[in-house]
Design a protein around this ligand. Structure first.
Ligand SMILES: C[S@@+](CC[C@H](N)C(=O)[O-])C[C@H]1O[C@@H](n2cnc3c(N)ncnc32)[C@H](O)[C@@H]1O
Length: 342
């Protein structure tokens, strides 16, 4: 049994201490990602001295970081004191499909980290501690800090790519000809849908700053000629040409008032009889682990917005003139909530 084996029965205090030390481990994995260690050991195991020379760090200090990550299964030290890749370290490589290297760096970088020192502010006021610490929203901060924004975009692109296939597998898109993805990001979901549905075209509504990235991503996926890119504002106007509408991972970024405004704009644009698929987490009741219960802490502290339970979604739909017709689970953390005009 290893130190990180969950089957070992621990006293509650030891388990709690292990949970509290997640902070140390998250940052240790973050610096391993920043230094590109997984890329450096991809071909063969290397000593801490060798790695420290390659990434210009203190060899003893680097060894201590590597040893810590090896005790949780990220990297492994062999009997010659060299560190090697493990399955958990594999996604820290920069050149693998579904790489989480950018995520490991982004989640541990100062602006994403510092608000947690002020989480009390969020709990007292309900406002993001990020805004309190930086005097602006995370979105404005990223507009003003291009290096952080590039990392954030890379992280988002990785998450979007991972989240699209389970959504597409869960729903039959074959009856639809024009699918409008509202706030569709760089087009990962539309590209995956269009690949499997040659009859369909897509319309991607996005903020103007994202449109060039979407154009590149859709071209790389070979579907650019089947997607109309629309630069716009989902609070103001949504294209009215769809026979299916999608909105994925957007409404969670807004409180009920603003999420309701977005839904009302979509509702106003949708032709009669057309459905909207809201793709977002539905927070389960009870105590079981669900990713949305902890991502909600990030929304509270950093980004603003909220994850919602089924009854909270129902209330939001009811106030914006929608009636749920089906909720389809996926193997991932999100569900597909199919709604139609009430
Ligand atoms: C969390 S991302 C979700 C992206 C995509 N739906 C996905 O899941 O892959 C939210 C998206 O909303 C877009 N967005 C934010 N405000 C917007 C606005 N006012 N109008 C249109 N898009 C907006 C952002 O640019 C961002 O790409």
């Amino acid at each position: 049994m290893t130190a990180h084996d969950d089957t070992v029965q621990q006293p509650a205090s030891a388990r709690l201490l292990e949970l509290l030390s997640a902070k140390w481990l998250s940052q240790a994995v973050g610096v391993v990602a920043r230094l590109g260690i997984a890329d450096l050991v991809a071909d063969k195991p290397r000593t801490p001295l060798d790695l420290a020379t390659a990434c210009e760090t203190n060899p003893q200090a680097l060894y201590r970081i590597l040893r810590a990550t090896a005790c949780i299964g990220v990297l492994a030290e062999d009997d010659q004191g060299r560190f090697a890749l493990t399955p958990l370290a594999e996604p820290l490589r920069s050149d693998v499909p579904g790489s989480l290297r950018a995520a490991a760096i982004t989640m541990n970088m100062d602006p994403m980290w510092r608000p947690y020192g002020h989480i009390d502010h969020s709990v007292r006021t309900g406002e993001p501690a990020f805004d309190y610490v930086y005097g602006t929203s995370v979105y404005q901060y990223l507009r003003d800090h291009l290096e952080a924004a590039a990392l954030f975009q890379q992280t988002a692109a990785g998450f979007y790519a991972m989240s699209a296939p389970p959504v597409v597998a869960a729903y039959d898109f074959s009856p639809y000809r024009t699918i409008v993805d509202v706030g569709g990001g760089i087009g990962a979901l539309l590209a995956t849908i269009l690949h499997g549905n040659p009859q369909a075209r897509g319309v991607l509504l996005e903020d103007a700053s994202v449109i060039p990235l979407a154009r590149d991503r859709l071209a790389a996926a070979g579907v650019a000629d089947r997607v109309d890119l629309v630069a716009g504002d989902f609070f103001a106007e949504v294209p009215s040409t769809g026979d299916l509408y999608l909105i994925k991972s957007c409404l969670r970024n807004w409180d009920d008032h603003d999420a309701g405004r977005i839904l009302a704009t979509i509702r106003a644009a949708m032709p009669a009889g057309v459905r909207l698929l809201v793709v977002d987490a539905v927070v389960p009741t009870g105590n079981d682990f669900h990713h949305s219960k902890i991502s909600d802490v990030e929304l509270l502290t950093v980004a603003g917005g909220r994850e919602r339970r089924a009854d909270e979604w129902q209330a939001l739909f009811a106030t914006t003139g929608f009636r749920p017709s089906a909720t389809i689970p996926t193997p991932g953390p999100v569900a597909l909530m199919e709604v139609e005009a009430a």
